[in-house]
Design a protein around this ligand. Structure first.
Ligand SMILES: [Zn+2]
Length: 256
């Protein structure tokens, strides 16, 4: 029994030793760690400020990139969407009158009823000029390909060719042929968007026609509003652009 007790106490002592050893070791490790940590903290200030510098540099680069992006996007939006510069009134634009020969396919020679609206179209033939479209209409008298024409064609440079007198029916707007004046607009590409020059001429021509026939911008419609055809494409796909166009027509009328 005494031996057993002695054995237990030996184990306990060992346990204490072991524990204290572990404790020492831990303490040592802790010291080492603390030592490192402390050393780290001393130089740490420099290190941290170094990291901060890097962080600041990234923030700076971020801000510069954001600025560049804003400028580029701003310039793009100025060059594309809704950024037509219009400074026209409703005075008569310069018209290049090249009336079509009277024929059943493009100029039937039928007198219009009272004009109650202006219908806007696009040629749906990217890059074609006003002259080419006019000549195509006139050529229908021989080709008999289809029945088509327009009172006016606005070209890529803003030139305006008149093909059919405003008091005569043109074949452009289906059931509205007899009480409206039609305007075809050329466009450089598939998007159907008009050039700045075409747009300015279109605003002036439309405003002039409104004044001439005692109409307002609300009487200006798209071919789309007559038949549902995607014409003029740009003004059908972008309702804001259409609203902006009518606003520009209003402003041109008000200037007169
Ligand atoms: Zn059309």
């Amino acid at each position: 029994m005494t031996r057993f007790v002695a054995y237990i106490s030996t184990i306990r002592q060992r346990g204490v030793q072991m524990n204290s050893y572990r404790g020492d070791k831990r303490r040592n490790t802790y010291k080492k760690k603390t030592g490192r940590k402390k050393a780290g903290n001393k130089n740490g200030l420099k290190r941290w400020s170094g990291k901060g510098l890097f962080k600041n540099r990234y923030i700076l680069i971020g801000i510069v990139l954001l600025l560049i992006l804003t400028i580029v996007l701003g310039m793009r939006s100025c060059m594309t969407d809704g950024a037509y510069h219009v400074d026209v009134d409703a005075s008569e634009p310069q018209l290049d009158v090249q009336l079509l020969d009277v024929n059943p396919y493009s100029r039937p020679g039928i007198q219009s009823d009272g004009i109650t609206g202006v219908v806007i179209h696009y040629t749906a033939n990217p890059g074609s000029s006003a002259q080419e479209n006019r000549d195509y209409f006139n050529g229908l008298k021989d080709s008999h390909e289809t029945e088509a024409s327009s009172n006016f064609i606005v070209g890529l440079e803003g030139e305006i060719i008149q093909c059919v007198p405003t008091w005569e029916v043109a074949y452009a707007s289906n059931e509205r042929n007899s009480d409206t004046v039609s305007v075809e607009v050329c466009h450089p590409d598939e998007s159907g968007k008009f050039t700045q020059e075409s747009y300015s001429s279109l605003v002036q021509l439309t405003a002039w026609l409104c004044v001439k026939f005692n109409l307002t911008e609300d009487d200006v419609i798209r071919h789309y509003d007559v038949t549902g055809k995607i014409c003029p494409k740009y003004f059908v796909e972008d309702e804001d652009a259409w609203a902006e166009f009518k606003k520009n027509v209003r402003e041109a009328i008000d200037k007169t």
